[in-house]
Design a protein around this ligand. Structure first.
Ligand code: URA
Length: 441
């Protein structure tokens, strides 16, 4: 087999066999296929696509490029949740605690920030002492004892994805359905959970910009998970504005804690409920979505979700006092309002640019080696559809550097459109995709 012939075949829309896909994935992972040939191949996939059989074979080949975790030491049906990446998305933290408090073991693998999107691991590290670098044994023990653990992805898990993702990042080949589906699902299948719930983000802060594309991505991932014997479902959620009000590492952890205290923003709660109900169904505690919703809401009312989060933090070396008293989080030195330049209604938010504001302030990595500032970010005061008067704060910038504040304000104002009116309806969730089909909300 020759890589040249396979690139040529895909360039003209040909269908690749399992053997051909294995040749490409394993060859690239081992360093036998150079970056320039792989780049040409990835671009051909972006332009010509892959059918479901090819996408599934690509996923399985990437999964098998490294180790797979055996979670059989954890009792019960283990559930994992994964987001395709968004801004202000702190769902994993509060949602995992709510689901664990309902008795479903949450064995979660998370990542660090990527581009304009934040990562759960970075966020959790703003809790003093907290570590996600725990051993497999510790991970199993924590899930068995307290029903919840979050660890970072190890280097041995789906190494093909690690290499291919880095190449896609610099060759404009990220926003491609078969490549995203195989990237996410290869990691999820390698990390061993029995049930997988996917949060597929759609909008100006997401890789998928339209509902049709988001549903196609969700459908592909659900089919792959189901074929691999995992209970897999997905929700399409709105990323035409940041989720909640907080964007930035510690600010987002505080908002997730506030949600568990019953003081969270409405859209964050809605996301937690739509994803959490599927996690409870996947975890086998109920097959009724209304009952699942009641169980989740009860964890907020009776404080069991907050208690679970504090137990989880303590089990991974963090200080539980941070959960009960969020004043303990390190605060940024300066908090500056961003005044609205005119009166009207917020009619559009370029959400990826809001993520970039947090990155500019130091909340994300400019290079792989960057050390991030966990205390910086933004608290939004106005979101889509809100009326605003000239001079009223659109948001507050939390920063440790006034020059960076100025840069972030300029970028923020370019990302917000204020119009004379706003007719649209702002939805939080758009559809649920399961192996039974798609339900639009
Ligand atoms: N997240 C991933 O892990 N992979 C992608 O391709 C996109 C988002």
């Amino acid at each position: 087999m020759r890589m040249y012939d396979l690139i040529y075949k895909k360039k003209y829309g040909g269908k690749l066999s399992k053997e051909e896909i294995d040749f490409i994935v394993q060859g690239y992972t081992k360093g036998e296929i150079p970056d320039y040939q792989m780049s040409a191949f990835l671009m051909a996939v972006c332009l010509k696509g892959m059918d479901m059989e090819e996408t599934t074979n690509l996923t399985i080949s990437m999964r098998d490029s490294g180790e797979t975790l055996d979670l059989s030491k954890i009792h019960g049906i283990k559930v994992d949740k994964h987001s395709t990446g968004g801004v202000g998305d702190k769902t994993s933290m509060c949602l995992s605690a709510m689901v664990a408090a309902c008795g479903v073991p949450v064995a979660k693998m998370s990542g660090r920030g990527l581009g304009h999107t934040g990562g759960t691991i970075d966020k959790l590290e703003s809790i003093k002492g907290f570590s996600t670098s725990i051993s497999g044994e510790q991970f199993f023990e924590n899930v068995n004892n307290i029903k919840m653990a979050i660890m970072g992805q190890t280097a041995d898990l789906a190494p093909a994805d690690k290499k291919i993702y880095a190449l896609r990042d610099v060759t404009a080949t990220v926003d491609c359905i078969p490549l995203i589906a195989s990237s996410i699902m290869s990691k999820k299948l390698a990390s061993g959970a029995d049930a997988i719930v996917l949060d597929v983000k759609m909008g100006s802060g997401a890789f998928m910009k339209t509902l049709d594309d988001a549903v196609a991505l969700a459908d592909a991932m659900v089919k792959i998970g189901t074929m691999a014997g995992k209970h897999t479902s997905a929700v399409i959620t709105n990323m035409d504005q940041p989720l909640g009000l907080a964007v930035g590492n510690s600010l987002e952890v505080i908002e997730a804690i506030d949600l568990l205290k019953g003081k969270g923003p409405k859209d964050l709660l809605e996301d937690c409920i739509s994803l959490g109900t599927l996690m409870l169904v996947g975890g086998g505690v109920t097959d009724n979505l209304d009952e699942a919703e009641k169980m989740l809401l009860k964890t907020i009312e009776d404080g069991s979700g907050l208690k679970k989060f504090a137990e989880f933090v303590e089990a991974q070396g963090g200080s539980p006092e941070f959960i009960y008293d969020t004043d303990k989080f390190e605060k940024a030195r300066y908090i500056d309002p961003i005044p609205a330049p005119k009166s009207g209604y917020v009619s559009r938010i370029q959400t990826d640019e809001i993520g970039m504001c947090s990155l500019i302030l130091g909340g994300g990595r400019e290079t792989k080696e960057s050390v991030i500032d966990l205390s910086v970010g933004l608290i939004l005061n106005k979101k889509l559809g809100d009326e605003v008067k000239e001079g009223e704060p659109l948001a507050y910038i939390h920063s440790n550097d006034k020059a960076k504040t100025a840069q972030a304000i300029e970028r923020f104002l370019n990302a917000y459109t204020i119009s004379e009116s706003f007719e649209g309806k702002v939805k939080t969730t758009f559809a649920r995709v399961t192996s039974d089909g798609t339900v639009y909300f």
